[in-house]
Design a protein around this ligand. Structure first.
Ligand code: SF4
Ligand code: SF4
Length: 471
């Protein structure tokens, strides 16, 4: 015991017991009013929450005179600064989803639901909503008192202010989300002059109400009953996963702090760890589905241990292996973490390759099936091809299309020089005619060559066949 620390008697601690004595495991039958305490995990939570500011700033960033991040649904494009992704590049989206899933799996295998505790929009928004609630209605005890109090002017004023601020945040969240799909500044003008598209109003309404009810009312109930991640997290844990864990060995038997009781463990049963828990979990009962791994109970217990002059860490991030006194494994020696990391690297490499190698055009050539060929009156054979060319750049492109592989083919349907408009898909038919003697096989391979005349390095080819009747 630290001699420098003030010794706390049973009387001193009574204050803490009084504050938290009514706490019990949350079964969803009451509103959780979690106590707020400073600490290192609280700081970490604020830091990770602040990353969400990027979400609010994102739609207003500009790049090359345009919105830097834009999901342009009408034109079926996604703009990310200098990069434009078309539906043809959608394979990268699959890799992005795989990457995100692997990050989530990997992080969960190493440190449980830290995503929920520190970054999930539900828990972050709930945290901000309850902070507003605390600033207006006071700490948990006062809030509970206010809830039970009859309607009065003071109560009505506080409730009105709280709900107005909640709604303002909900509207801002909805507007921000919608702004990723259209010009952000124009959206604000259109919404407030009632000129926005009906879809914009629907999205805005859905997100506003969703945010307001999920963060304001449902709160931890979403983590308990709605979140699918809570259901599957168990399969990602193992004996080496670091989770906020109560050190039973050290803490039990728990009991109120009494100077004369030498038999008790370090837990003074103050229930402060439960009082600060945003989901109402009593971590001393072991790992539970409702625990979002936020570490706030660690901050709370550390501060109590500090006050009573005992070592911190009665609740700490620890693995089952550590608690069992076994040798703790490094995450890099765990096969499942290595597998997740390998898939992550593969997905990340694929995305990087895709982003740095997006072709300026996307083109497809389809040989017409009916008829496969037409024998012309002069005995020549004509094949028809359907071209679809998409210029994926931001500028018009002048191209020349030619054939290779068979000498002396007559090509019609293509101008000597074609202009492909920026971001436009051009479909057209091309006829290729040959004398049967030019075609050594019934199916003779030919190559279509497309050259960008302003960028000699941009040469694209497509293989096809030219078909003639059997001899
Ligand atoms: S674990 Fe810590 S915070 Fe929780 S009741 Fe025991 S002493 Fe109090
Ligand atoms: S038990 Fe602790 S870590 Fe889990 S949700 Fe509650 S406060 Fe957060």
């Amino acid at each position: 015991m630290d001699a420098q620390k003030p010794q706390i008697s049973a009387d001193n601690v009574q204050e803490i017991y009084d504050e938290t004595v009514h706490w019990h495991v949350n079964l969803g039958d009451e509103t959780i009013h979690a106590k707020r305490m400073p600490g290192r995990f609280r700081k970490l939570k604020w830091f990770s929450a602040s990353l969400w500011l990027i979400f609010f700033i994102g739609p207003y960033l500009r790049w090359g005179g345009q919105q830097a991040i834009l999901f342009d649904i009408p034109d079926r494009q996604f703009h990310l600064f200098a990069i434009t992704v078309h539906p043809q590049d959608v394979w990268m989206l699959s890799l992005v989803l795989i990457l995100m899933a692997m990050i989530l799996f990997g992080v969960t295998a190493i440190a449980g639901r830290v995503f929920c505790g520190y970054f999930c929009f539900q828990t972050i928004w709930t945290d901000v909503f309850t902070l507003i609630e605390e600033k207006i209605e006071g700490p948990p005890a006062q809030r509970r008192k206010l809830e039970k109090a009859p309607l009065s002017l003071v109560k009505a004023r506080k409730k009105l202010l709280k709900h107005s601020l909640w709604l303002a945040i909900a509207v801002l969240t909805g507007m921000t989300f919608a702004a990723y799909f259209t010009d952000a500044f124009q959206l604000w003008r259109d919404v407030f002059t009632l000129n926005a598209h009906i879809i914009a109003y629907i999205v805005l309404l859905m997100f506003t109400l969703g945010t307001y009810f999920l963060a304001g009312y449902l709160r931890e109930q979403v983590c308990f009953w709605l979140c699918p991640y809570a259901r599957i997290q168990g399969v990602m844990y193992d004996k080496d996963t670091l989770l906020p864990t109560y050190d039973v060995e050290r803490g039990e038997p728990r009991g109120k702090l009494k100077a004369d009781n030498k038999e008790l463990g370090d837990c003074i049963d103050c229930r402060m760890c439960v009082a600060v828990c945003p989901t109402g979990v009593d971590i001393r009962n072991g790992q539970q589905e409702g625990c979002i791994t936020c570490g706030l109970c660690i901050d709370a217990c550390d501060s109590i241990m500090d006050k009573v002059g005992r070592n911190k860490g009665l609740i700490r991030y620890a693995s089952l292996r550590e608690m069992a006194g076994e040798v703790v494994k490094s995450p890099l020696k765990r096969p499942r973490v290595l597998v997740y990391a390998a898939i992550m690297l593969f997905a990340f490499g694929g995305i990087l390759y895709g982003l740095t190698n997006i072709a300026p055009i996307d083109w497809h050539i389809l040989h017409q099936r009916q008829p496969l060929y037409t024998v012309m009156s002069d005995g020549s054979v004509q094949n028809r091809y359907t071209f679809k060319i998409l210029n994926k750049t931001e500028q018009a492109m002048q191209v020349r299309i030619s054939t290779a592989g068979v000498e002396g083919l007559e090509v019609s349907g293509i101008d000597e020089l074609m202009t492909l408009k920026a971001d436009k898909l051009v479909p057209f038919n091309v006829d290729v005619r040959a004398r049967p003697a030019q075609l050594p096989h019934e199916h003779t391979p030919i190559t279509f060559v497309l050259k960008d005349i302003n960028h000699p390095d941009r040469v694209f080819t497509r293989e096809s066949v030219i078909i003639r009747p059997p001899r």
